[in-house]
Design a binder for this molecule. Structure first.
Ligand SMILES: [Zn+2]
Length: 185
């Protein structure tokens, strides 16, 4: 359905400014709704102004706890990095508790067995770096930014997950020494 009147309505300077601001940042459908113009009209104007309407669709969500854009949040509104940080703290507390509950003899046995093991090597991957480049369009810039944030999330998660797994193993060994592994009962 094309209405001749609306198709030919001239673009005001204010509308052009708004189009420049929205192009590539929000989906075309929303731009049309915002400007109360047809898709054809918006596409024409964008082409005339040399603006790309291609919009980065990688959706990130804001985690209040770490004040960062993340891939997803759980039901409590926390990202997986924040959740893992808490789980790691819980596991480390459990390790400290288990160690405190040991008799001096058990502690000696445990310390000896730990000392015999090779030092755990944590994967020291470098923190992802922001790529310095001059992207052509807002779309490319937003896409690069989203990819960087996702890489960073993966890296931060991993940095917590490795000591978390290590603490889990330590706890298991302590329970082997004290014979209190609840699963073995
Ligand atoms: Zn978070």
């Amino acid at each position: 359905m094309t209405r001749r009147g609306s198709a030919q309505r001239a673009w005001t300077t204010a509308e052009i400014d708004r189009l420049r601001d929205m192009a590539g940042r929000i989906p075309v459908r929303e731009i049309c709704r915002n400007l109360k113009r047809s898709r054809k009209s918006v596409e024409h104007a964008a082409a005339r102004l040399g603006l790309s309407l291609r919009c980065c669709r990688t959706r990130l969500v804001w985690c209040d706890e770490c004040a960062t854009w993340r891939s997803a949040l759980d039901r409590d509104g926390r990202c997986r990095v924040c959740r893992m940080r808490e789980q790691l703290a819980g596991r480390e507390a459990a390790c400290a508790e288990a160690l405190a509950a040991m008799t001096p003899e058990q502690r000696a046995v445990y310390a000896e067995s730990e000392a015999l093991r090779a030092t755990r090597r944590f994967d020291a991957r470098p923190r992802p770096a922001k790529r310095e480049s001059c992207p052509m369009s807002r779309y490319e810039r937003d896409k690069a930014q989203a990819e960087y944030l996702l890489d960073l999330e993966k890296w931060e998660y991993r940095r917590l997950k490795l000591p978390y797994d290590a603490a889990k193993t330590r706890l298991r060994r302590m329970r082997e020494v004290t014979g209190t592994n609840p699963r073995k009962k």
